[in-house]
Design a protein around this ligand. Structure first.
Ligand SMILES: Cc1cc2nc3c(=O)[nH]c(=O)nc-3n(C[C@H](O)[C@H](O)[C@H](O)COP(=O)(O)OP(=O)(O)OC[C@H]3O[C@@H](n4cnc5c(N)ncnc54)[C@H](O)[C@@H]3O)c2cc1C
Length: 458
């Protein structure tokens, strides 16, 4: 296969084949996932150009990997052998913000943080806030049904997607959903594309629901002498039904790594819970955090509460640094990291933490634990020696054992990062055979030639 079989049929300026540029599109941020140098990067500027790209690839039988910002952690945007990468980075316009309907219409390459800032300027709020919010794209968030810090109160990306424009594998364009508050005509194709990881079509326009701006965030920091007690506090806060806007957990390894990176003086505890509340009515957040503080203290924590919104922002930013900080820690040991993304029922967070501690003991590896504890969604991150085959194998064993433990606890193999290439083998262990067969049939219906993101998910 050569690139000109596709590029010859495209509008000028869409295709890039310069090897130096192609090198930047080989893989996303995942580890232990297969990748290849693409034949070309296609960077369309309009939906029509996306359709032209897909028609050309379909005719030539060339695999297409769609890419937002490449911040994915499951290998979903990794290029494949003899394939092209379709990058949406040039389609980055906020097309409309409608304060009456509380909707925004955006192109897929808009950075999530930029959308949040654009709607905030009009007194509105777009809640989804993955840790990568400053660089990931709305299209990538839709394709992975991304979560983030404030899902515990507001929900995940899919809860805010009202309508889509999608280009199918053969270049046909369809629109799903409505701009109305209600709408039940036909099957819910919008939801089908949400979380489809680039396997059913290319999202070229997204209409998202907005909510009124929240109040200033107040924060509770609870420091624990062991991780399991922090897990028990999470279960107690969940059971009490408190209206927290974030419940994040960081273990000792992650805390000291973040502290070394940010110099914020947050290291030292065996585990920390960050609980935020952003109620619009004065006094309500303080009440929520007061109740959460009492529950954390009962679980053995030392607690500090701050109503300073700037401090709340700084603490959340420190939490966002968890993965970069563990990456730095691994690099200092000439090692690397392998991050898991599992989600269990909230009452089983304690059991998941116990399983991770057991796996760390059995493999002798350091495993940092952080994540969206309020959703039962943790990211145990295995640190290993990249140059040592035994250490690499142990890291994979630890990753598998943690993912298996999540399933045994009634959880799922992925809470928010997607199946991608990293967990393609795991889907058969989570889905029943009938669900699996229907999913395969759906994929064949949308993409009979199988050119969209081969090797991802199914
Ligand atoms: C430091 C860090 C923190 C993170 N924190 C979180 C977090 O809190 N929550 C969370 O959910 N994730 C998190 N992630 C993972 C990642 O940021 C998300 O999965 C994000 O949604 C990926 O967006 P992207 O634009 O980078 O997409 P990419 O990585 O480029 O692509 C992701 C997948 O979407 C597909 N895709 C992309 N755009 C389109 C499109 N327009 N149409 C069809 N398919 C498309 C790709 O083919 C691929 O399968 C984090 C990553 C990092 C590096």
């Amino acid at each position: 296969m050569n690139a000109s079989q596709v590029t010859a049929h495209l509008p000028p300026g869409v295709a890039v084949t310069d090897p130096d540029l192609l090198a930047g599109y080989v893989r996303d941020e995942s580890r232990f996932t297969g990748a290849a140098t693409p034949l070309a990067v296609l960077a369309p500027r309009t939906s029509e150009e996306v359709a032209a790209c897909l028609r050309a690839c379909h005719a030539a039988g060339v695999p297409v990997v769609t890419r937002g910002a490449g911040t994915g952690l499951s290998g979903g945007a990794n290029a494949v052998e003899d394939g092209v990468v379709l990058s949406l980075h040039r389609m980055d316009a906020v097309l409309d913000i409608d304060p009456v309907e509380r909707l925004a219409v955006v192109q897929p390459g808009v950075v999530t943080g930029a959308l949040r800032a654009a709607v905030a300027a009009q007194g509105l709020f777009y809640p989804p806030d993955p840790g990568s919010v400053a660089s990931c794209t709305v299209g990538g968030n839709v394709a992975t049904n991304a979560g983030g810090m404030c899902c515990v109160k507001y929900g995940v990306t899919g809860d805010f997607v009202e309508a889509l424009e999608v280009v199918l594998a053969d270049g046909r364009v369809l629109r799903t959903g409505t701009r109305t508050v209600k709408g039940v005509a036909g099957y819910d194709l919008t939801s089908l594309f949400v979380g489809s990881e680039g396997t059913l079509g290319v999202v070229t326009e997204v209409t998202v629901r907005l909510v009124p701006a929240p109040g200033p965030a107040a924060t509770l920091v609870a420091s624990f002498t062991d991780l399991a007690s922090a897990g028990r506090a999470v279960a107690a806060i969940s059971a009490a039904g408190l209206d927290a806007s974030a419940i994040e957990i960081l273990d000792a390894t992650t805390l000291s790594a973040v502290d070394a990176l940010t110099r914020m003086g947050i290291g030292g505890a065996a585990a920390m819970l960050l609980v935020q509340a952003d109620a619009a009515r004065p006094g309500e957040s303080a009440q929520v955090l007061g109740e959460a503080a009492a529950l954390c203290e009962t679980a053995g924590a030392e607690v500090a509460v701050s109503e300073d919104a700037d401090e709340a922002g700084l603490l959340m930013e420190a939490r966002r640094q968890a993965l970069p900080a563990l990456e730095r820690l691994a690099a200092q040991r000439r090692g690397d990291w392998l991050l898991d993304d599992v989600c269990v029922p909230r009452a089983r967070v304690v059991d998941l933490i116990a399983a991770v501690e057991r796996v760390a003991g059995e493999t002798g590896l350091v495993i940092g634990v952080f994540g969206h504890a309020g959703d039962g969604n943790l990211h145990p991150t295995v640190i290993f020696d990249r140059a040592d085959e035994d250490s690499r194998a142990a890291a994979m064993r630890a990753f598998d054992a943690i993912t298996a433990a999540a399933l045994e606890l009634g959880g799922t193999i992925t809470g928010e990062h997607g199946v991608g290439r990293l967990k393609a083998g795991w889907l058969t262990r989570e889905l029943d055979p009938v669900a699996l067969e229907l999913q395969r049939a759906l994929r064949r219906t949308f993409d009979p030639a199988g050119i969209l993101n081969p090797g991802v998910a199914l």
